[in-house]
Design a protein around this ligand. Structure first.
Ligand code: UTP
Length: 283
């Protein structure tokens, strides 16, 4: 299965940081955010990844390319551990790029992938969402897809007060953690929301999604919304939702970006002093 990672958004929630740097390259401890998403795909066995980029996102391509001069210098200095890590990044998978010329919305970004994907199911992984899980989140969805032979959307429950930040689903339980989608609505108010089960940036989609996007008019924020295309698709195709195991961070927002940095840093032995620093000097 191929994966698509849309990374062409403007990232206004992270301004001023994102004025001239893509949010996907924000460091999370010592790796750019998008590398975590690429590694999730690779750990799920995916080796063909299409990244949808846009203006000013060239550094993403350079990050996953061979850095010849750097490799040469590290080799001369015999810094083999760093060299191995740098080389590993350029060998992670076959990574392709397509540009979304204008940020017209997530649905439109996904549509850019239609030629690369062709007529097969594909994994869609939003570059903003990082999910820490024992089994890669997209792998969990792939397994549900294998069983039900349909599109699958990753969901998790959120606080009622938070529903207006997400795509929210109406559903019918099929088995523990697996639901049949009845409806989907983008950023509803608390009153409109049919549940508190929110869409979390991981999908396995049938390629017919492209023809539904094609017919989708700009919706919320005047953007072509993937949710609206999914809603139209639902009338003709079964779609399942899976409540995946894992802790999800929306690193397109400042608070979650700070949180994941602290969480991952505290897990690393080399930063063991951090815990003491937080306890003794901050709290
Ligand atoms: P967001 O809703 O986070 O929008 O996009 P955004 O523009 O990137 O960020 P803010 O809200 O202004 O801070 C969700 C995902 O869809 C991609 C983004 O890169 C992100 O992974 N996206 C969004 C596109 O690729 N193209 C678009 O036109 C819009």
């Amino acid at each position: 299965m191929k994966a698509v990672i849309p990374a062409a958004g403007l990232g206004t929630r992270l301004l001023p940081m994102t004025k001239n740097s893509p949010k996907e390259m924000l460091p999370i401890v010592d790796k750019p955010a998008i590398q975590y998403v690429v590694e999730e795909a690779v750990n799920a066995g995916i080796d063909d990844i299409l990244i949808v980029t846009g203006r000013g996102k060239e550094v993403i391509e350079n990050h996953f390319d061979v850095a010849y001069e750097l490799e040469k210098i590290l080799e001369e200095r015999k810094e083999f551990e760093k060299l191995g890590e740098i080389r590993r990044i350029s060998q992670l998978a076959d990574i392709y790029y397509v540009r979304q010329h204008l940020p017209l919305g997530l649905g439109h970004a996904v549509y850019m992938a239609r030629k690369h994907i062709g007529n097969e199911y594909f994994a869609l992984m939003l570059g903003d969402d990082i999910i820490l899980a024992n089994k890669p989140c997209i792998k969990q969805l792939m397994e549900v897809h294998e069983k039900y032979k349909s599109s699958v959307i990753g969901v998790q429950k959120v606080e009622r007060e938070e529903v207006s930040k997400y795509g929210i689903i109406e559903y019918e339980k099929v088995e523990d953690g697996v639901y049949r989608l009845m409806d989907i609505i983008e950023k509803p108010s608390m009153e409109e929301a049919p549940s508190n089960m929110a869409v979390m940036g991981r999908y396995i989609l049938h390629p017919s999604i492209f023809s539904f996007i094609e017919k989708t008019k700009p919706g919320k924020n005047n953007e072509i919304q993937l949710t609206d295309a999914l809603k139209a698709m639902l009338k003709e195709h079964e779609i399942y939702a899976y409540e995946f195991e894992g802790k999800r961070f929306d690193v397109g927002g400042k608070l979650d970006w700070l949180k994941i940095n602290i969480e991952l840093a505290l897990k690393r032995d080399e930063f063991s002093e951090l815990r003491k620093f937080i306890k003794d000097e901050i709290l």
